[in-house]
Design a protein around this ligand. Structure first.
Ligand code: IMP
Ligand code: MG
Length: 178
């Protein structure tokens, strides 16, 4: 898999340090609040698992699966819920954990969907952000790293379902997309 990458842009140690920082901040902000951490499958799975292990306060976890991409590298803008959460979020503090914010359309949809169930608060945590690609205003409360407007893989992020199990984040060689 490493041979398919043109370069590594964020190495494993740098990711883990950042995940610890975000976890520490969440532990501080949510002390005594028992939030529900919602992992957006499949891309955020690796990040969410590392993150919750580092959070030092009681939390609950849940999972939601959405798809917006198919196997292409461009957002379709159409979000489909493949698996909903099982928790009752009414009156609860929730933290949505995403892998990456690209156009922002996926998170906007999820945020509005949860809003209807009257949670006490909603915050967004995303490992990566592509600020240049946003098509709407979106506020990320806990953010790992900004990346440029190019397609990245690894640490949960895929290209055609591949490369999710790389422990770092990189950019694929041009010829892989052909
Ligand atoms: P958005 O709706 O355009 O913000 O897209 C969000 C989703 O698209 C993310 O949760 C990812 O699953 C996927 N995505 C966006 N950019 C990338 C990328 O560079 N690599 C892999 N997946 C991406
Ligand atoms: Mg995703």
């Amino acid at each position: 898999m490493r041979n398919d990458l043109a370069k590594i842009i964020i190495d494993e140690e740098t990711i883990q340090e950042k995940v610890q920082e975000i976890a520490d901040q969440i532990s501080k902000d949510y002390k005594g609040k028992n939030p529900i951490v919602i992992c957006i499958l499949r891309g955020a799975a690796l990040f969410a698992v590392d993150l919750i292990k580092k959070i030092a306060i009681p939390i609950e976890i849940d999972f939601m699966a959405v798809s917006s991409y198919g196997d292409s590298t461009k957002s379709s803008g159409v979000v489909q819920i493949k698996k909903d959460i099982d928790s009752d979020i009414t009156g609860r503090h929730i933290i949505i954990v995403e892998d990456i914010v690209d156009t922002g359309l996926t998170l906007k949809y999820i945020d509005e969907y949860y809003e209807k169930h009257n949670p006490k608060s909603i915050k967004i945590c995303s490992l990566l952000d592509k600020p240049e690609a946003h098509e709407i205003d979106i506020e990320i409360d806990y953010k790992g790293f900004d990346v440029g407007n190019e397609f990245v893989v690894g640490y949960g992020l895929d290209y055609a379902q591949k490369y999710r199990n790389l422990p770092y984040i990189g950019i694929l060689k041009e010829e892989i997309y052909k």
